[in-house]
Design a protein around this ligand. Structure first.
Ligand SMILES: Cc1ncc(C[n+]2csc(CCOP(=O)(O)OP(=O)(O)O)c2C)c(N)n1
Ligand SMILES: [Mg+2]
Length: 343
């Protein structure tokens, strides 16, 4: 798939900032995207190590390999916009601006986490930054995100929702009901499908006879676009346009990001159902390495600046892990607190 990076950057050179992240400057934008990709990759890899060290219970669903789709889709969101993440989107909280301390406290189930240790580790939401705790049932979160978009429209706000989900979710009834409703009511929502070819051990060819999942949007009367989900600028470009469309009241867009998860469905899945060759071929299309090459060609990244970014990120992560480790577990007495609204 051809990269859209060149066009996207040229357009962004003249674009005005609406979230403090674009700064009307392609250079700053690209470096910002790169740093976020690195942060998501390093946090995710750290989360995997911590799980294997037995530092926290439950499970973890790694998004390594899918960072360009995650970062590209959510990076240009405004503070007051919303994200409805699924099980593999723990890092969407990081992209939206959650402090790393809270993200790692969430994994550890500590009292300092946003839900005070109530949800399963990777099911993180954080109300102040408008990320919604994932619903565990696949496609369940699509109804929640769509409901929030409906509420925003009723309130007359120009805020939008990014809904993240996988290829497997598109086979379930909840997906079709949510998209149908959003099409009818022209809701301000961007449906971002991370098509990683597998739903746990079920391959895409047993999920659908379609070649492009984006074609599903035709049935609901709004645009569907298939993208190289490992090209961060291509995803950013498409997502920025979809967000602008949603803000203008023109309704939803479906973005299918074709990508791949490097590891098992979760940390307890050795993923023996996949061919080694398939995994290796996708690893050669590492979204970070692909973008690094773009930056080096534009003289925006050197060995030195790359090392500096990695070192600073490592330190930030280490401090957050220490905070999480030292935080107390919630007291048993608060088991039933924060579940029902207080009178
Ligand atoms: C309704 C329902 N069925 C099954 C599960 C178990 N489950 C959790 S994630 C998952 C796979 C989802 O695949 P996909 O939507 O492609 O997302 P991915 O895991 O690839 O990111 C399954 C089957 C569930 N949580 N909910
Ligand atoms: Mg999948």
């Amino acid at each position: 798939m051809a990269s859209k990076s060149g066009r996207a950057v040229a357009e962004l050179e003249t674009e005005k900032s609406d979230n403090g992240r674009k700064n009307g400057n392609g250079r700053e934008l690209m470096l910002g995207l790169y740093k976020m990709l690195v942060k998501c990759r390093m946090c995710d890899e750290k989360a995997r190590i911590l799980f294997r060290q037995g530092k926290y219970a439950g499970n973890f669903y790694s998004g390594v390999g899918q960072e360009a789709a995650e970062v590209g889709a959510a990076y240009s969101l405004r503070e007051d916009d919303w994200i409805a993440p699924s099980h593999r989107d723990w890092t969407s909280n990081i992209i939206k601006g959650a402090p790393l301390n809270l993200c790692f406290a969430q994994l550890f189930g500590k009292a300092t986490s946003p839900d005070r240790g109530k949800s399963t580790p990777a099911h993180m939401g954080y109300p102040p930054i408008h990320t919604i705790t994932p619903a565990s049932s696949i496609a369940g979160q699509l109804a929640v995100g769509t409901g929030v978009a409906f509420g925003l429209k009723k309130l007359g706000r120009d805020t939008v929702v990014v809904s993240f989900f996988g290829d497997g979710a598109t086979s379930l009834g909840g997906f079709h009901e949510a998209l149908n409703f959003a099409g009818v009511h022209k809701l301000p929502i961007i449906y971002v499908c991370q098509n990683n070819l597998w739903a746990e051990s079920v391959p895409l060819r047993l999920q659908t006879a379609l070649k492009d999942l984006a074609d599903r949007a035709k049935a609901y009367g709004f645009p569907g676009i298939s993208l190289d989900g490992n090209d961060v600028m291509a995803v950013y470009d498409a997502s920025t346009k979809a967000i602008a469309r949603a803000r203008a009241g023109e309704g939803p867009t479906f973005l299918e990001c074709k990508t791949y998860r490097w590891y098992g469905h979760s940390e307890i899945d050795p993923a023996k159902y996949r061919m080694k060759e398939e995994v290796e071929a996708w690893k050669k299309r590492d979204p970070l390495v692909l973008f690094e090459k773009v930056l080096r060609d534009k003289k925006l990244l050197t060995d030195e600046s790359k090392d500096k970014i990695a070192k600073e990120t490592t330190q930030e992560i280490n401090e957050a892990v220490e905070f999480a480790e030292q935080s107390p577990y919630p007291d048993a007495s608060e088991l039933a607190d924060h579940i029902w609204a207080q009178e």
